[in-house]
Write a protein that binds this ligand. Structure first.
Ligand code: NAP
Length: 368
């Protein structure tokens, strides 16, 4: 981030407008290759993202021989991006920093020793890396993973953080038998939508919990069209006999919680004897509480999952194969979720939506 610090220091605010563009052909022909100047969402201190981020112009960067310059196409605003800017995420880049963690781009220029990537390839940083909210990124070839081009760019941009989490959540905690069930809150999230579909493929049934909101019947229908077996609003679950709501769906062995508070308690209530609840998010910013009797009489277990830690193990290579698998499902129409593409110039609007200031919105994906 030394470059960013210098760039911010040397450029007066007036320089952040009307940056001269170097013609593409010229850049690519030079033996010493420069990236084009880039617009980036930067924060210089931690705090509320709508207060501390601003869009600035960054100077061109010289490519070293193993570097690849990527013209970003799309990058999402994920809850963890917000938490990093707030300064509450355990791993975060030092400030000043460019926001964003995953995304897809097109190879724009390559250093002289780059062997496996060519101009025009679509690539994602894999594992993801900080700073995807900018027009051009220069990083070593090894950072980039070439992906198929026959999926919409917003899917390639979002394939890692959430769909991969859904895959791991379903595979890493219990051994399922056909017909088993899972229960989850936050079912409208991308993770939730992917869990519904990936579970269905394996013959696992899903019980889904959503927040009460205007239009909840439409939301239920959308989730059912993805394969959800049942969908309840939180208020529908304020009953004594939850089992009575399940018809022929067996009590689930595994539950997923990305909300906390009462929405987590209700996941626990659904679980069968010896069941496990995995917490992977805390959207309501409320603690998870479990009754003494659930420990003693139901022997429930509480676990956690964090993709970033999981990817720091020896999984990096395996991870790319999983991403290709997920992209294949997306290409074949077997894995889909709702997103809203927003022009990068409207970053402020996308951020307000992602912060929940304008009600519920699908995942905001910046289009560069
Ligand atoms: N542990 C990990 O490694 C890992 C990896 C990926 C994601 N995550 C976590 O997984 C969760 C979902 O991420 P995502 O990107 O899939 O989400 P997303 O698509 O951005 O959707 C946000 C979700 O959060 C819900 N939500 C927002 N504010 C809420 C509140 N105050 N109370 C209750 N629910 C609220 C939304 O419900 P509505 O639709 O009703 O607005 C929606 O379901 C996040 O907590 C994220 O941090 C964790």
């Amino acid at each position: 981030m030394g470059f960013l610090r210098t760039a911010l220091k040397v450029m007066p605010p007036s320089a952040f407008r009307g940056f001269p563009r170097i013609p593409t052909a010229k850049i690519r022909a030079f033996s010493s290759v420069l990236s084009p100047p880039s617009k980036a969402v930067v924060y210089e201190q931690h705090g509320s993202p709508d207060q501390v981020t601003r869009v600035v112009n960054l100077s061109p960067v010289e490519l070293k021989e193993r570097d690849v310059c990527v013209k970003m196409l799309a990058a999402p605003i994920n809850p963890s991006d917000i938490n990093r800017i707030e300064g509450v995420y355990p791993v975060r880049p030092p400030v000043p920093a460019v926001g964003g963690y995953e995304g897809v781009g097109e190879v724009y220029a390559v250093g002289s020793a780059v062997r496996n990537l060519s101009i025009g390839d679509w690539v994602i940083p894999s594992p993801p890396s900080f700073g995807t909210w900018q027009n051009y990124i220069v990083k070593e070839e090894s950072v980039w993973h070439k992906v198929i081009k026959d999926v919409p760019m917003e899917y390639a941009a979002t394939v890692t953080v959430n769909p991969l989490t859904s895959l791991r959540l379903l595979e890493d905690f219990v051994k399922f038998n056909p017909g088993d069930a899972v229960v989850q809150n936050g079912a409208t999230s991308i993770v939730g939508q992917c869990i519904i579909q990936l579970a269905k493929v394996q013959g696992i049934r899903s019980i889904n919990i959503i927040r009460d909101r205007v239009g909840s019947e439409d939301v239920k229908e959308k989730l059912k069209s993805l394969g959800a077996d049942v969908v309840f609003t939180e208020s529908q679950l304020q009953v004594k006999n939850l089992k009575g709501l399940l018809d022929d769906i067996p009590e689930p062995l595994l539950g997923f919680n990305c909300v906390g508070g009462d929405a987590a308690s209700v996941v626990l209530k659904f679980l069968r004897q010896g069941g496990t609840m995995v917490t992977y998010g805390g959207m309501a910013k409320k603690p998870v509480t479990m009754s003494t009797s659930s420990f003693i009489f139901k022997d429930l277990a509480l676990r956690g999952f964090w993709l970033q830690k999981w990817m720091r193990t020896d999984k990096a290579q395996e991870c790319r194969a999983m991403i290709d698998f997920l992209l294949g499902l997306m290409r074949d129409g077997k894995l889909k979720y709702e997103m809203q593409l927003v022009p990068f110039e409207e970053f402020g609007l996308a951020l307000d939506r992602a912060l929940g200031k304008l009600g519920s919105h699908p995942k905001q994906v910046l289009k560069f």
